[in-house]
Structure formats: C-alpha cells, structure tokens
Design a protein around this ligand. Structure first.
Ligand code: 3UK
Length: 513
C-alpha cells in the first residue's frame, strides 16, 4: 500500500495546519478570501459532488473564469479523488461538448456567462447529466442544472486516500492541429512544479502576491495562480476579465502584485499601449512563456519597468517551466538553462544524443512533473512519452556555456536553399524594425516547387511600412539566405487559444495564392 498523498491537502490543509488560516489566499476586485474560507469552499464542493452522486476518478469538466469558484472546484474535486478538467473559456459550445464527450464527464461546472453554451454542450456530450452554474440555474439544456451558490455548507469532508500516482486532473493540450488530447496528470505533479521552478527560480515566499494574465485553465496560469501561491501560503489576484494591456496595468497598480506572468505578445502590447511607467512598481519579477520572448522586447520592458523578465519554456505535458532564465542571469533571446530537478537532452534525426554545442536537435525533458500520457490516444502517447523522457516537439540549440535557444517547432523549420532556417530567429530580427509590432515567418513553395519563405508582418498602430525598408532592415542584420523571400502586411496573425501563431493557417494562405 502506498502512502496517502493528496494534492489538494498539500496545497490547502497544510496551510491551516501551519497556522496560515487567516492569511489571504485569494483577492478579487470585491472579495478577500482567507485560507480557512478557501478550505470551507472546498468542503462545499465535496458535499456538492456527493449530492451529484459523483464517484472516485470520474471526470468533472470546468468552464470557469478566474474567480473563486475555480480553485474551490479544482481543489474540491481532487480532495475527493474526483478528476477536474479545466477547459478553455474561449471555446464554442460545440467544441466544449466534443471535448467533454471525449472525457466521459458526467458533470460540468460553468461560470454564469457560459451558461448559454449548455444546450450545445449537452447535445455533443453524451454522458453528461448535471450542470452547475456559478450564480444562476436557468438553462434550456437537456441537463439537470443547479446553482452553485445554493449548495449547502458542510462542516468537514474526508480526504480521499489517493497517493502520489493517482490521477489528479486533466488538461486538454491545445495543439495547433488535430483534436485536443486529454493530458493526464497525477497528484504529485503540482508539488513537483512548486518545489522545482517556483522555489529555485522564482524563490517564492508567503509574502508574494501573484498576478497572471494567463488564465487558470492553462497549465501556465494554473501554476502561477494556484499551485505556486498556495504552495507557500502566499496570495493570488484573480481577475475574471480577459487580460488587456491597460486592464492588466490598472489591476497591477491597484492590487500591488510582486510577481507578474504573461505572454510575450502581452508584454509587447503593454509597451505599445504606453501605460503609466509606475503601473508595475510593486513587481519584483515578471515571467513570460508560451512562445519565445524576443530579446528586444525583453530589453525594452525590463528597462522601462525596472525588474527582470524571465523567459522560460514549459508545456501542458510537463505541467510548467523546466528551462528558464534566472533573476540574476538573463540571456536575451534564449530560454536560459535547465531548471533544477529536470534533465534535458537534444536528439538528432536518428534519436542519437547530441553531445556537441551549437548543433540543433529535438528537445527532450525528464522530471517529476510530466504527465502520465494522453487519454485514449495510444499513438500520440507513444510518440511523446518515451520512458522517462518527454519529447517536446521543439528544435533547440545549446551554447558552449549551457544556454538553450529556441529555433522552432519540429515542423515549422524552413529549409531555404537546403539550409535550415529558424522562423523564430528571422521573426526576432523583424520585430526589431521600429514600425513592426508582430511578425510570423512560414515556409511555402514557389512556382518552381522550391521551398521559399513568407513573412507576415503586423505594423504598429498608425504606422505604414514599405517593403523596401523591411528589406533594408533584414539585409543589414541577417545572412542573405535567411531573408524572407516575400513580405505580406496584415492587420493581425491567426492565433490559438493559448496565443500561439497558427502557422498552418498562414501556410494555407500561401498555398491559395
Ligand atoms: C512552446 C515556447 C519558446 C513550445 C506552457 C509555461 O506554453 C505552454 O504550454 P503549451 O502546451 O505549449 C508548449 C509549447 O509552446 N513554448 C512554450 N514556452 C516557450 N517556445 N520559448 C518559450 N519560452 O513549442 C512548447 O513545446 O500550450 C508554458 C508553463 C506551462 C505551459 N503549459
């Protein structure tokens, strides 16, 4: 028999045992929630699960904004040994229904504003029986719908006798193509991200106030706004509204976070929006992830606001960041060095380990926080989970002194004149042009059937750029074989829910030209 271990107890009950009950766990625009109040809301969820006749290891789908109901349901499910599945709040009702159907969930919990999706969800999700709405109960869906606020408090509820390896929660990985994959994480994986990245890179303490523009339903946001603050008895600012540059700056100046998390694109648009320069005066450190942070944006942002910005790479499968810059050691334009507790390796096309520096290879990571596999997707599981190693799908290169630089996703790499060209590298140069806001470079084929490259460029607000100026800019800064062969100006780039550029859409645009 394995020792009992429950992630929800580790994150919350432990804080009460250590005397943190009256400390603030969660702060919203109009509420302050202590650790003991958080624990009570968890008991209430456990009670609700019982009323809904939910059993161990059944899945419960969550379509929740960043509001107190999210941690209550996520942690309440796990405390009962039930498996929560946070889903993207940006999906349509039908998309949500198909994913919930794949998961076989019987219960879905939604924020009031998503109750309108319930009829479509119910149509696609055949096993679904109950809907719970945060703050309402009206719905035309073919479901038994109840209002979360009307469930009874319960004095206490038992902790399920889970262990470190028990299934804890799933996250659907948002691949840029194909149906999303249910990524199964075990109870210990949350603690594994807190004691590695959060502790050794961010040096988190109970005095930290966390604020993440990336929402809780992403693995990135889940660590930033739930695992990390609760792992040390710190507090988190939750904002149910979608992040905008001005909104984020206002919240930061009002609520005084010490740690700020966002995407590279958000940092770029904060710089572009010209927010007051004291907006982030309480922040000691910022983190970006999701895609590579161009060195130029990092330089501007950290010098304008006066704290380091750490670019780090994580994934849904690894749960959080495993390769990162450090507060006292930022190398612009790189993902930094391996996080303590993780091993990395680069493999070549024949799966041989690359020992030499400066040779590109496929990045693999090994650590305690990686998922168990994908739900009902044997081929995809075999491809990504290889013994202790997780194949990330990224091409990286390591410098002589141990810093890793992102070159592109496996199949985003472009071959021009037979030579590999990294789209990330070319994009990094393009965004250094003073009038360029964003750029994406993808491969295509010319009339001769040879591979060529096209740069899609979004100009900064109110700026018109001419092609010649971009060409001159590139000519001065990169080897000629890397220069984009064609330039197209666009008003925006197609992106996934997690903010990643959908390169396949751009490739299709080229093919249709
Ligand atoms: C790419 C990066 C370059 C890379 C994530 C932090 O993004 C997260 O998870 P996803 O599953 O995507 C994973 C893929 O995104 N990527 C992420 N960060 C970087 N590429 N530089 C970076 N800094 O292709 C990776 O394989 O959506 C990020 C924490 C948790 C996460 N889930």
């Amino acid at each position: 028999m394995k020792d009992v271990y429950n992630a929800s107890s580790w994150l919350v009950d432990r804080n009460l045992e250590e005397g943190n009950g009256e400390r603030t766990a969660i702060r919203t625009n109009d509420e302050v929630i202590s650790y003991s109040a958080l624990q009570k809301s968890i008991y209430r969820v456990q009670n609700a699960l019982k009323e809904l006749d939910t059993r161990r290891e059944e899945r419960v789908a969550l379509v929740l904004n960043d509001e107190p109901a999210f941690p209550a349901w996520f942690l309440g499910c796990m405390r009962s040994g039930v498996v929560p599945i946070p889903l993207s709040t940006m999906l349509t009702g039908n998309d949500l229904g198909e994913i919930i159907n794949d998961s076989l969930a019987r219960v879905v919990v939604v924020s009031a504003q998503y109750a309108r999706h319930l009829p479509e969800i119910a149509k696609a999700a055949k096993h679904l029986k109950y809907g719970v709405v945060v703050g309402s109960e009206s719905s035309d869906a073919d479901l038994e719908v109840s209002n979360w606020y009307e469930f009874q408090d319960s004095a206490e509820a038992p902790v399920a006798d889970t262990n470190k390896d028990s299934p804890a929660f799933w996250l659907y990985s948002s691949g840029t193509t194909g149906f999303p994959k249910g990524t199964i994480h075990r109870h210990f994986n949350l603690e594994a991200t807190a004691t590695t990245y959060a502790k050794t890179v961010l040096n988190v303490t109970k005095d930290d106030v966390f604020f993440s523009a990336a929402k809780l339903f992403f693995a990135f946001g889940l660590g930033n706004s739930l695992t990390f603050p609760f792992s040390v008895g710190g507090s988190v600012i939750l904002d149910s509204a979608w992040a905008t540059p001005r909104g984020v700056a206002e919240t930061a100046s009002k609520m005084k976070p010490t740690l700020f998390f966002g995407s590279p694109g958000l940092l770029a648009s904060i710089l572009d929006a010209g927010v007051p320069s004291d907006s982030f005066s309480s922040v000691r450190l910022a983190v970006t992830a999701g895609e590579a942070l161009p060195g130029e944006i990092n330089k501007h942002f950290s010098s304008q606001f006066g704290f380091p910005v750490l670019d780090g790479i994580g994934s849904t499968e690894a749960l959080h960041i495993f390769l990162s810059n450090r507060p006292d050691d930022v190398r612009y334009g790189t993902s930094g060095r391996p996080v303590e507790g993780y091993k990395l390796m680069l493999l070549d096309d024949e799966n041989r380990e690359i020992a030499d520096a400066d040779v590109p290879g496929y990045l693999h990571v090994s650590g305690e926080s990686t998922a168990v596999g994908y739900w009902c997707r044997t081929d995809a599981t075999k491809n990504a989970f290889r013994g202790e190693w997780l194949r990330t799908g990224d091409v990286y290169v390591r410098s002589e002194d141990g810093y890793y630089q992102f070159l592109g996703r496996n199949n985003d790499m472009i071959k021009l004149g037979g030579i590999w060209v990294s789209p990330a590298e070319v994009e990094g140069v393009l965004v250094e042009h003073p009038d360029v806001l964003e750029a994406a470079v993808v491969g295509g084929y010319n009339d001769d059937g040879l591979e060529t490259s096209v740069a899609f460029i979004v100009p900064k607000a109110g700026k018109a750029i001419d092609e010649a100026s971009v060409e001159a800019h590139c000519r001065a800064r990169m080897a000629s074989f890397k220069r984009p062969r064609t330039i197209v100006f666009v008003t925006e780039l197609p992106k996934t829910a997690t903010g990643k550029i959908q390169r396949y859409q751009l490739r299709e645009q080229i093919a249709n030209r």
